[in-house]
Design a protein around this ligand. Structure first.
Ligand SMILES: Cc1cc2nc3c(=O)[nH]c(=O)nc-3n(C[C@H](O)[C@H](O)[C@H](O)COP(=O)(O)O)c2cc1C
Ligand code: SF4
Ligand code: SF4
Length: 427
């Protein structure tokens, strides 16, 4: 059976599944139950200076799908609302009772050296395995000069990371905000400051929906609201891209990454790991479905690894990174064409409408009395995937690679490129 254990920047964990810093890791009661359920590690809910933060009511909102499934989750919660002393006491006790699990402590303090110098030794004394710097919280705390306000300024990231490396021997993970144009800049700054790893993403600025009678967004606090942080399934594509950006950046190549954002099952986790993550963190899925989801995650990942012959996590970690490139290096001679399996087709016509109205008019609607048939006009198909995406029957439309007989040729080599820049060798 595949070995799921990891060593993430010196932090050992029996499996790569950690709970992200959030309500599931708010207190010893939750964390102990999470460990009992089988989570490999936790990042404790962000600690701050006393007096603790004060939260509002209400705090969460969501974007639902047609069947009430939660597509995206939004919150306006702050960091821990419990005292530093209580949190440190509980962390010490939990780590002592669960020595084989990863226990990372998330922290957020003002951008001044003194509080870091004072509090870091207290955190280290708990026996925790590492710290994570919350430079990502997008609501409330940035108004006080912390969270995403730091994560959006590379010089501050570098500075605070350096203080942490000065005042603790624990591994330092810098948690990045996605509310930034180019995530490589803060990752490079974290590395320059001495970070042992980065984690991403924290939540994305969001307003999910409004009460149009009261003209106020959700979550409403009386008659007003504010933007929150978006997470859950909807943010996974954004998070995956940001993880890949850092993994393939030559300046941060090899920097350990803890992947976060919309992870809800083993497959999501495997994707993050293949694109550069060494551990994964989960928040929303655990909040919606409970701690036991980790059983399916571990089981599914382990079975899949066995089926692929991957003995351990390192065997497939970063394996998809070399296949993630800039657009200009994609093969201009590669060609796929849609194929409809007539036995599976239910003649709904969606593919025809989509291709006819917004793509390449490459699906014919053939009417014979009451019977309808949909057929791909192959010479017109550009292989955009739209019909395959819109078809309600899984596996009915497939995209079939064509034998063009032409060699690999990217845009930099393409005679149609008026600004051909570099040769293949340089690529
Ligand atoms: C209610 C709530 C509270 C959160 N609090 C924190 C926090 O205190 N510190 C932190 O670093 N991230 C916090 N997060 C962000 C999560 O740790 C995580 O980065 C984000 O939710 C994306 O992961 P997900 O899609 O699995 O939820 C919070 C998220 C939620 C939903
Ligand atoms: S792949 Fe695109 S162009 Fe080809 S048939 Fe489908 S929608 Fe039309
Ligand atoms: S969308 Fe799928 S099921 Fe509907 S007509 Fe097209 S191929 Fe058939």
């Amino acid at each position: 059976m595949a070995d799921l254990s990891i060593d993430f920047c010196g932090i050992k964990s029996p499996n790569p599944f950690w709970l992200a810093s959030a309500p599931p890791t708010d207190k010893a009661y939750n964390v102990v139950r999470a460990f009992e359920a089988g989570w490999g590690g936790v990042v404790w809910k962000t600690l701050g200076e006393d007096p603790p933060a004060v939260n509002v009511s209400s705090r969460y909102s969501a974007l639902h799908g047609k069947n009430r499934e939660v597509i995206g989750f939004n919150n306006i919660e702050l960091i821990t609302d419990r005292s530093l002393e209580i949190n440190l006491r509980e962390i010490t006790a939990v780590k002592k009772a669960w020595p084989d699990r990863a226990l990372v402590v998330s922290m957020m303090l003002p951008c001044e050296e003194a509080p870091w110098r004072e509090i870091l030794p207290l955190v280290e004394a708990t026996g925790a395995d590492g710290i994570e710097l919350n430079f990502g919280c997008p609501h409330g705390m940035p108004e006080r000069g912390m969270g995403a306000a730091v994560g959006q300024q590379p010089d501050l990231i570098e500075q605070v990371t350096r203080w942490c490396k000065t005042y603790t021997r624990l591994p330092v993970i810098v948690k990045l905000t996605p509310n930034i144009t180019d995530v490589r800049a803060p990752a490079r700054a974290a590395l320059a400051g001495g970070a042992d790893a980065v984690s991403l993403i924290n939540t994305i600025n969001s307003i999910t929906h409004l009460d149009l009678d009261r003209m106020v967004a959700f979550p409403a606090v009386g008659n007003a609201s504010t933007h929150g942080g978006y997470c859950g399934t909807a943010v996974k594509p954004i998070a995956l891209n940001m993880v890949a950006e850092i993994a393939r950046d030559p300046m941060t190549k090899g920097l350990p990454i803890s992947g976060i954002g919309g992870i809800g099952n083993w497959r999501d986790a495997a994707e993050f790991i293949a694109l550069g993550a060494g551990s994964v963190q989960v928040c929303t899925a655990a909040m919606l479905h409970g701690f036991r989801i980790v059983e399916e995650m571990k089981d599914g990942l382990s079975r899949w690894m066995d089926s692929k012959g991957y003995d351990n996590i390192a065997a497939f970690s970063r394996k998809a990174v070399p296949n993630t490139t800039d657009w200009k290096y994609l093969d201009m001679n590669y060609q796929v064409i849609a194929h409809i399996d007539q036995d599976k087709c239910i003649q709904c016509g969606r593919c025809h409408v989509a291709c006819e109205d917004t793509s390449h008019q490459a699906i014919a609607r053939l009417v014979d009395g009451n019977a309808r048939k949909y057929e791909v006009i192959e010479p017109e198909c550009v292989g955009c995937n739209l019909c395959e995406i819109t078809c309600p029957v899984e596996g009915c439309i497939t995209m079939v690679p064509q034998q063009t007989g032409k060699p690999y040729m990217n845009w930099t080599q393409d005679p149609r490129n008026p600004r051909a820049e570099v040769t293949l060798d340089e690529a």
